[in-house]
Design a protein around this ligand. Structure first.
Ligand SMILES: NC(=O)c1ccc[n+]([C@@H]2O[C@H](COP(=O)([O-])OP(=O)(O)OC[C@H]3O[C@@H](n4cnc5c(N)ncnc54)[C@H](O)[C@@H]3O)[C@@H](O)[C@H]2O)c1
Length: 423
């Protein structure tokens, strides 16, 4: 099939490469010209498994929108729907709540529909972007016309593993009002994957997508509350508690995200939760669980900051890790940056460094910032494997919310979620 991608960002480009890898002809269009350099130079600057390998051999054709629309049988639209920067999750949540910004998506759909009208041809246009329930009907469909055959197909992918998550998805979620559109999409997906095709209304698809993400945030918020409790209760250990819960696969579903650690992060989860808390407020839902989830993330962050300030009272504090999860350089919605921001408000002697993000090693980073002290309070903000080999000076303190740093001579390790034994 001939498949078009309008928007070749962090989601669009890797998915376009995945579609191409299954033998389809792919056309791309983006309003940001820098995106074309990534394709021309055959390299992206964010870590995305398989993407750089596929880029090396790609034959994706970058064309004008008009041509893309003319050539493609199916057009995918992964255009950004950003949340205001202050809802990213790297600071306390502001008092007011807001919906995502749909300007880009509305404009993109307007442009596509205009071109379709010109050629008077009906085409399938599949929106991937994340939106709150009700948005497609209220804001997107009104800017389309009879030639735009809209389907809504949000993906359950995690940044860094987009291609595998797309090709081996738990379900293909597809919202549409038009049987022809969903049948065509189903046929297309059969050429890509064996994942079950879940057909539903547009509104259900919109809701399922954000609820999927916020369910993960709920798991993380819940288990971090228990980690904090274990930290305060003697003879309890968060890892022992989650080991038991993880074996309870009948009711508690799966062990994923069931490890005490840092708060939820990334480009999707915190912002989806905040947006859902806005929706719950707007509809006067009797208990706003999304608000509670975000507040847990916030209070937990404040508690960790307090712990750092207590342990690092007389020494500099260095947070190790900026990225929102291990072995990536993506920092969007990072809970460790959030911790850094919280600490900076109280103490100027706080630093943050990440081996995946910064172009210098820890020694140079310390030299540059004139951190000559032997005694440093380190906080492990991201569970990078590299920290297992980091040399910590005697007298250092390490606060480890993941409990994976091994014992070191002369170094005090504080494992978050370990209540200690009753003596
Ligand atoms: N990145 C992810 O992992 C991920 C996962 C699930 C859902 N999503 C959702 O997918 C959507 C896209 O996310 P992203 O991370 O790829 O965003 P992004 O900002 O990286 O990419 C969006 C791209 O669309 C382009 N664009 C904007 N308007 C356009 C137009 N009119 N015509 C052509 N191109 C246009 C932008 O220039 C940009 O390159 C968002 O709604 C996001 O919430 C993203």
């Amino acid at each position: 099939m001939k498949v078009g991608f309008v928007g070749l960002g962090k989601l669009g480009l890797p998915v376009a490469l995945a579609v191409e890898s299954k033998g389809h002809k792919v056309y791309g269009f983006d309003i940001k010209k820098e995106i074309y350099d990534q394709i021309k130079n055959r390299k992206i600057d964010y870590k995305e498994k398989h993407a750089n390998d596929l880029l090396k051999k790609t034959k994706i054709e970058i064309v004008e929108l008009k041509k893309l629309i003319n050539f493609s049988d199916i057009i995918f639209v992964p255009i950004q729907t950003p949340h205001d920067k202050k809802y990213e999750g790297i600071n306390d949540i502001p008092k007011t709540r807001k919906d995502f910004d749909y300007t880009y998506l509305v404009n993109g759909m307007k442009m596509i529909s205009k071109e379709l009208k010109k050629i008077k041809k009906k085409k399938i246009v599949i929106i991937i972007s994340t939106v709150l329930p009700g948005t497609i009907r209220k804001k997107i469909l009104p800017v389309t016309n009879k030639y735009t055959q809209v389907g809504y197909n949000p993906f359950f992918i995690a940044m860094g593993t987009t291609i595998d998550d797309f090709l081996f998805s738990e379900i293909i979620l597809f919202g549409s009002e038009n049987k022809f559109v969903s049948d065509k999409a189903k046929e297309f997906y059969k050429t890509l994957t064996n994942s079950p095709f879940f057909e539903t209304t547009i509104e259900n698809a919109e809701l399922i997508k954000v609820v999927y993400n916020t369910f993960i945030s709920t798991k993380i918020a819940f288990i971090n509350s228990i980690a904090e409790m274990c930290h305060r209760l003697q003879n309890t250990s968060i890892d022992e508690v989650t080991r038991a819960l993880s074996l309870s696969t009948k009711r508690i579903i799966s062990p994923s995200y069931m490890r005490g650690g840092m708060g939820d992060g990334g480009g999707c989860h915190p912002r989806d939760n905040i947006a859902m808390s806005y929706l719950a407020k707007r509809h006067n839902i009797s208990f706003n669980i999304f608000e509670a989830i975000m507040l847990q993330r916030q209070k937990y962050n404040h508690w960790l900051a307090k712990l750092c300030l207590k342990e690092g009272k007389k020494s500099p504090i260095i947070i190790l890790g900026k990225s929102f999860k291990p072995e990536t350089n993506i920092v969007t919605g990072s809970p460790s940056i959030y911790l850094y921001n919280s600490l900076r408000k109280k103490n100027k002697n706080v630093y943050i460094w990440d081996p995946e993000v910064d172009n210098e090693d820890l020694d140079n980073f310390r030299k540059k910032n004139k951190i000559n002290n032997k005694k440093i309070c380190y906080f492990i903000g991201t569970q990078h494997k590299a920290f297992l080999n980091t040399k910590f000076d005697r007298g250092s303190i390490i606060i480890d919310p993941f409990r994976y740093i091994k014992k070191r001579e002369g170094v005090k390790i504080i494992e978050i979620g370990e209540g200690g034994k009753i003596k």
